[in-house]
Ligand binder design. Structure first.
Ligand code: SAH
Ligand code: SF4
Length: 400
């Protein structure tokens, strides 16, 4: 019997929705799932704690590995749930070791297609940074950003944000007790660990506040993934009203996508500036809870040739940030197909950096990583609205 591809897909979708995954769930979510599996109210806390450790401290993907959970409960859980990660549509590895995953998330009831997001891992000598997405697409339309050309499909759920970290840990062999997976392309040992997480992938995280916050609670939980909040950075294009709330409620580090030193230019580059202009944005920064020399705000500044890269711009930048405990991150513009912008010349970036350095900000240029696989800042854009799988194999951004 031949099954039409669409019918097969429907069956597959039904199977996927029939058994939800617990991977990435918050404690409350986990308790609700356990209650639905018949675990008595009195035991919920304890059982959720057991699962939490196996899922988040050990990275187990199979209920049978959970030795302190009764056989009966393991069977019930396996009947009802999985510990599956999001499906990997593609995994690309850059010549510099950067890895990019295109992930397909389980479809929700009303969605015509399963949404896709990108997650990027950037190994460096002293750290490993995971760049995660908070939305599928983005409502904002920053003119130099590839993600901004993709309409918002939807917010990610907390579980889907956490699952990106779990999947990356699986793929790079970063669970404490994990045996080396059969993947010949694994990175060398010294470069394996995810030490930092940045919310700099697709989307504006402050427009998905509650889910991002819940996800970062899971990521920083000591009994699980245990990432230090000092090593989690949320990057925002400047959603001013949410900045104090984020500082109060989350306690993570903050990065601001500044990119221009006057409102006329910032209106053009980051259209949200029309709503929340530079003065208001910097006021929110000055008042950021916990701000100190030990906990500085990072200001991101993308270097666009002939647009914002003059020495006068550099001096204006330094003047603007005077008095704010700040780090400045100069980001060479990462090009993407059909963009009208070019990256500033290297010499221009160096001269710009000199001005910034002389004002007391150290090593500010962010080395572009993973450019060959369109994994660098602002190059992310999930394929969900762009290419079909068959087309993707010949696309220029699938270089590995
Ligand atoms: N929406 C958030 C976080 C995601 S963007 C924000 O805008 O801050 C992460 C960073 O990449 C931001 O600083 C963004 O301005 C920058 N970026 C976007 N497109 C870029 C590009 N093509 N080249 C270099 N940096 C880019
Ligand atoms: Fe959205 Fe950030 Fe890109 Fe602007 S730079 S379009 S806010 S993802």
């Amino acid at each position: 019997m031949t099954i039409a591809p669409e019918a097969a897909q429907n069956t597959l979708d039904k199977m996927q929705t029939a058994k939800p995954s617990l991977a990435g769930m918050t404690r409350d979510g986990l308790k609700a799932a356990l209650a639905a599996a018949g675990v008595p109210e009195k035991q919920l806390r304890m059982r959720a704690g057991q699962l939490w450790g196996w899922m988040y401290a050990h990275g187990f993907t199979n209920f049978d590995q959970m030795s302190d959970v009764s056989k009966e409960l393991r069977r019930t859980l396996a009947d009802l749930y999985t510990l599956d990660r999001p499906e990997i549509v593609s995994e690309q590895i850059s010549i510099d070791g950067t890895r990019k995953w295109l992930l397909r998330l389980p479809k929700r009831g009303h969605e015509a297609r399963a949404p896709e997001v990108e997650t990027v891992y950037i190994p460096e000598s002293d750290r490993g940074t995971l760049c995660i997405s908070s939305q599928v697409g983005c409502t904002l339309t920053c003119s130099f950003c590839h993600t901004g050309t993709q309409k918002l499909v939807r917010n990610l759920e907390a579980q889907e944000i956490v699952a990106q970290i779990m999947l990356a840990r699986d793929r790079i062999g970063d669970w404490p007790s994990s045996e080396t997976p059969a993947d010949s392309r694994l990175l060398p040992n010294a470069e394996r660990k995810i030490t930092n997480v940045v919310l700099m992938g697709m989307g504006e995280p402050l427009y998905n506040f509650d889910n991002v916050k819940a996800a970062m609670e899971v990521a920083s939980d000591d009994a699980g993934l245990s990432l230090s909040k000092r090593r989690i950075t949320l990057s925002t294009s400047g959603v001013v009203p949410e900045i104090p709330r984020w500082g109060d409620e989350s306690g993570t580090m903050l990065a601001i996508s500044l990119h221009a030193t006057n409102d006329a230019l910032r209106d053009e580059l980051v259209p949200l500036n029309k709503k929340y202009p530079i003065a208001e944005l910097l006021d929110a920064c000055r008042n950021y809870p916990g701000l100190s020399n030990a906990k500085r705000i990072t200001f991101e500044y993308v270097m666009l040739k002939g647009v914002n890269d003059s020495l006068a711009d550099a001096r204006a930048l330094v003047r603007l940030l005077a008095g704010i405990p700040a780090k400045i991150n100069l980001i060479p513009f990462n090009p993407w197909p059909n963009t009208k912008y070019e990256c500033s010349d290297w010499q221009t970036i160096e001269r710009f950096a000199d001005v910034v350095n002389r004002a007391g900000y150290a090593s500010p240029v962010r080395t572009p990583r993973g450019r060959d696989i369109l994994a660098a800042c602002g190059q992310l854009r999930s394929e969900s609205v762009r290419l079909r799988a068959s087309e993707r194999t010949s696309a220029p951004d699938t270089a590995t």
